[in-house]
Design a protein around this ligand. Structure first.
Ligand SMILES: Cc1ncc(COP(=O)(O)O)c(C=O)c1O
Length: 414
């Protein structure tokens, strides 16, 4: 891993690599604070994908012609690059999916449906995204396994005593979000994985909000599975990643069947190809893999530690400015090492959707709703919240614009 470098980013120069950030609506420049939903894409990624289409486009693993060979190598190398980026032990442990949601479903179907028995436990947390929560609920219903939730305390942190209670010898899998997309909480996922392993349970980590903005090493966490999406880390939509320990992936049945994932097929039966191709049937997202490779290069060139430091600094500033407003309620822990780069909040007397619409009048893009964490919002006692989420190109001035726009909402609604 590169030397720890916390030099401030040249945000002005970085912003120039994102033409979309220069866009104006009604004469006002876009303030893009919806990065937890999707980050913007730098020129380097767009160029890598358009170069691929212009110069190397072909299907992979099926042709011996030059273009197919080039495309196959590019696709395979993208696996190698992602493996290196997250500390996996080679391309065999990196499965390309459509997104985090599909990565969750892959494990739920290919492992959960086959392995879970009635009375066993699927342990989640109250702050899981629906991608994990709904998926495991379904697997629980179909297998008779019980789904239990580690409580979130009033500060927005996991109650680890409760986790120790729930994770016992009946637990078969523990699935936890690494960074909460609503509370911003950074969970102690290595500790949860250790707890799971003490009871012979597997550990799944949803890293959709972690990989984009902090160094992640799956071996250090000792996760059995780790999932994330390209479109939240300066990469393209249409590609996600499932990391899985090689021996587990080898034992697992495929999730989807078809061409490209087989070794031998007869009219009677079929056998499966090598990892990771066994889990990647059909024509995969080839250009997207090229884009994801470019995104990883781009992020690492800046440095993940610096990205994390920048994002935390902007989020802390946003937290402090919002906290100073008496009619604003913020959710999640105070700024510190266990809080990531987003802030969800409500303005007293104003529904989150109305607030977001006022923000849009100022060309400020934030997200309103439950952020795919409905049960967590029930737990917080609010139907919805407004979320501002930051990335490598955001500035304090943009946070100021967000806070200034609250005054309009007060005038109109409160
Ligand atoms: C924590 C978390 N998990 C999972 C997802 C689902 O990601 P995707 O929509 O890319 O499948 C998201 C997206 O918002 C997320 O924030």
């Amino acid at each position: 891993m590169s030397q720890r470098n916390l030099e401030p980013l040249d945000v002005g120069a970085i912003r120039e690599e994102f033409p979309v950030l220069q866009r104006e609506f009604d004469g006002q420049q876009v303030v893009y604070l919806d990065n937890a939903a999707t980050t913007q894409t730098p020129d380097a990624v767009v160029d890598a994908m358009s170069d691929y289409y212009r110069e190397s486009n072909a299907n992979i693993h099926r042709g011996i012609h030059h273009l197919s060979q080039e495309a196959s190598i590019a696709y395979e190398e993208a696996h190698d690059r992602v493996a290196e980026f997250i500390g996996a032990d080679g391309r065999e442990e990196i499965v390309f999916t459509k997104n985090t949601t599909e990565s969750e479903n892959l494990v739920a179907y290919a492992w959960g449906l086959n392995e879970l028995d009635p009375g066993e436990k699927i342990v989640l947390t109250e702050m899981e995204h629906h991608a994990s929560l709904v998926t495991w609920q379904q697997i629980g219903e179909r297998t008779g396994a019980d789904v239990e939730y580690v409580r979130v305390d009033d500060d927005g942190r996991l109650d680890l005593d409760h986790a120790r209670e729930l994770i016992d010898d009946d637990a078969a899998i523990v699935s936890a979000v690494h960074v909460s997309n609503t509370l911003g909480t950074v969970n102690p996922v290595a500790e949860l994985a250790e707890l799971a392993h003490e009871h012979d349970a597997l550990a799944f980590v949803d890293g959709a909000q972690a990989v984009p903005n902090r160094p992640v090493d799956v071996a250090e966490i000792d996760a059995d599975f780790y999932a994330f999406s390209g479109h939240k880390m300066a990469g393209p939509t249409g590609i996600g990643v499932l990391y899985g320990k090689r021996e587990l992936l080898e034992e697992m049945e495929p999730f989807l069947y078809g061409g490209g994932m087989i070794r031998k097929v007869t009219f009677e039966e079929s056998t499966w190809g090598d990892l990771p191709w066994k889990f990647e049937p059909g024509t995969p997202p080839i250009a997207e893999a090229v884009g994801l490779h470019a995104a990883v290069d781009w992020l690492e060139e800046i440095g993940m530690e610096r990205i994390q430091a920048h994002e935390e600094e902007i989020a802390r500033y946003a937290y402090e400015r919002l906290e100073a407003e008496e009619d604003v309620e913020i959710y999640g822990p105070e700024p510190g090492p266990d809080r990531g780069g987003l802030v969800s909040f409500n303005l007293e007397g104003v529904h989150a959707h109305d607030l977001t619409s006022i923000m849009n009048d100022h060309t400020i893009a934030v997200r309103a709703g439950d952020h795919c964490t409905q049960p967590l919002h029930d737990r917080l006692g609010v139907p919805a919240s407004t979320r501002a989420s930051f990335y490598v190109y955001n500035t304090r001035e943009e946070v100021d614009k967000l806070v200034d726009a609250l005054e309009d909402a007060r005038q109109l609604f409160a």
